[in-house]
Write a protein that binds this ligand. Structure first.
Ligand code: ZN
Length: 538
């Protein structure tokens, strides 16, 4: 009985873990896509896709589910177990991801044909995504599911996204039982709409994420007062509040906040301001949120429903935005809110709205989530004076701000208290789904805090779950420079600010320093001195 760590090992995306629960019988937990810039190579799958019998999916985010269609294309024909809400969200998110792959491949092909190069095929197509959906088995929370001989599972609410779960695995080989829990992404407390994470069940082994393994959220900031403030200021100027948002999860949270603002008359002077959600995917996701099981909803949301209100719907909400309507928004001068897809402004309709709104000092661009280094969102947030959009230089005169106080992930304290919520602590904790510092830092912290063994394995490492010992501990393999993740946009590097260049150089330096692990002490000391000199010149 063996666990192999494949994806999201010392990285925040590309979740994928393989378990051989009986000799020659394999399942995967998650099958996610790598997004953004990743430092390490992900090991090849140790067995062909056709040998995998099941995939158990913790939640619908693309970094956990996005490569399922590739697995299916490569021969996987088993079953994919997920909660009903995760299944519904995957049906729209995988189709959307396939459309992005197709559009990217078509535009690359167009370029290639002009220079005599070959056609580029998409990573997967909408048909591959549809074939993948046929393999899903929708499940409920808190039900023991007998999957196969020696393999029972149970989904529990992870409180991270609608339908998100941590999964308990009850594994048996030759009469010996071992229990493994895979956390997926652990949610933050008191997120709107969804419940808080359920308590961790007792387990032998825990595989836990560490996105915020070494950081803590600012608990003082509350999103609704910040939003009210920004709306009031902008509307008084006669401007538009433009919010780049992730379509699934964050957009619905924003709708919940706007409904609260309107229902509780927190902005009486502009009480009927309109909100346009300009994203077909976000609007499909909102429909799924509206139909979800009440088991997924927190007490506050259920209370709102009991009073006869819809938690994410209100007067003035426009969700059927055609591309003509989307264009018309740019000439409409009424004070309004536009939520548009493209959370980091790398693609989606947000880029059109930025082109038409960034130059005008009456407007506000409010970011509602983390902006990764190198993305257009980050460039604007870091204070670029102008940016290039659709070949045009656009001045940044709009007010730029960040909606603080919202996060879908538990922070360090939250992760620790989730582990502490188990009656008996796990015997061994594996840490993944965090950058280098978070993974290693959080593993060390778990050892110290709970006095249990913990490790942050690199991709390809294997652990014997019966004997409780490592079979293989791998060294990291650095990714080659310029190797792109499938979703990365070709124009992400344009418009870098000097500050971005500085951060990039410091990342390069960090990578270089990691290669010095086995260098002589003399060499290491020499470099250390040089760095100190640079920071504190005499
Ligand atoms: Zn997630």
């Amino acid at each position: 009985m063996k666990i192999t760590f494949i994806g999201a090992a010392h990285q925040v995306t590309g979740s994928r873990t393989m378990v051989e629960w009986n000799p020659g019988r394999f399942f995967l937990v998650d099958c996610g896509m790598e997004q953004g810039e990743n430092s390490y190579e992900m090991t090849e799958m140790p067995v062909p896709a056709a040998r995998i019998e099941y995939v158990f999916l913790t939640h619908a985010h693309i970094d956990h589910s996005g490569l399922l269609p590739v697995l299916v294309k490569e021969g996987f024909h088993g079953k994919i177990y997920a909660t009903a809400e995760t299944t519904n969200l995957c049906s729209i998110m995988l189709a959307d991801s396939a459309q992005i792959q197709e559009a990217d491949a078509a535009s690359e092909t167009k370029k290639n044909l002009r220079t005599g190069k070959k056609e580029v095929l998409p990573l997967y197509t909408t048909e591959d995504a549809a074939n993948t959906m046929k393999l899903f088995i929708p499940c409920e929370y808190d039900q023991m599911i007998m999957v196969d001989d020696g393999l029972n599972i149970r989904f529990s609410d992870a409180g991270h996204l609608l339908g998100s779960s941590f999964i308990e695995f009850f594994l048996q080989e030759n009469g010996t039982t071992r229990k493994l829990v895979c956390s997926g992404d652990v949610g933050n407390l008191d997120q709107p709409i969804i419940r808080n994470p359920s308590s961790l069940a007792d387990t032998d082994y825990l595989l836990i994420e560490s996105t915020y393994g070494t950081r803590e959220h600012d608990l003082i900031q509350k999103p609704i007062p910040i939003l009210v403030d920004v709306l009031r200021k902008t509307f008084r100027r006669g401007g538009t509040v433009l919010i780049p948002s992730f379509a699934v999860g964050r957009t619905q949270e924003l709708l919940y906040f706007f409904r609260e603002i309107k229902q509780n008359r927190l902005l009486p002077e502009f009480s009927d301001f309109p909100v346009y959600v300009d994203s077909p995917l976000a609007n499909e996701a909102t429909a799924i949120f509206l139909q979800c099981s009440s088991k997924c909803l927190d007490d506050e949301t259920l209370e709102v429903m009991k009073e006869g209100a819809n938690p994410i719907w209100f007067d003035g909400l426009h969700t059927t935005v055609s591309s003509e309507e989307s264009k018309a928004l740019n000439t409409n001068t009424e004070p309004k809110v536009i939520i548009a897809s493209g959370g980091m402004c790398e693609g989606g309709r947000i880029r059109h709205h930025l082109k038409h709104n960034l130059w005008n000092e009456k407007n506000t661009v409010m970011f509602a989530g983390y902006q990764a280094a190198g993305t257009l969102g980050r460039i604007i947030y870091d204070g670029a004076k102008n940016v290039k959009l659709f070949g045009e230089e656009i001045d940044v005169n709009a007010e730029i701000c960040l909606l603080q106080g919202i996060s879908g992930h538990a922070d360090q304290k939250g992760l620790l208290s989730w582990i502490a919520s188990a009656e008996n602590k796990p015997k061994y904790v594996f840490v993944n789904h965090g950058d280098e510092e978070s993974c290693t830092g959080f593993a060390n912290l778990v050892e110290k805090e709970f006095n249990i063994s913990a490790a942050a394995p690199f991709s390809g490492s294997e652990f014997d779950l019966l004997k409780g010992e490592w079979i293989r501990i791998t060294e990291p393999v650095m990714k080659k420079k310029n190797s792109k993740s499938p979703t990365s946009s070709s124009d992400r590097k344009k418009g870098k600010t000097p500050y971005d260049e500085l951060i990039e150089a410091s990342n390069d330096l960090n990578e270089y320093l990691k290669t010095m692990k086995n260098a002589s002490f003399g060499e290491i000391r020499k470099i250390t001195e040089k760095i100190r000199e640079m920071i504190n010149p005499a």
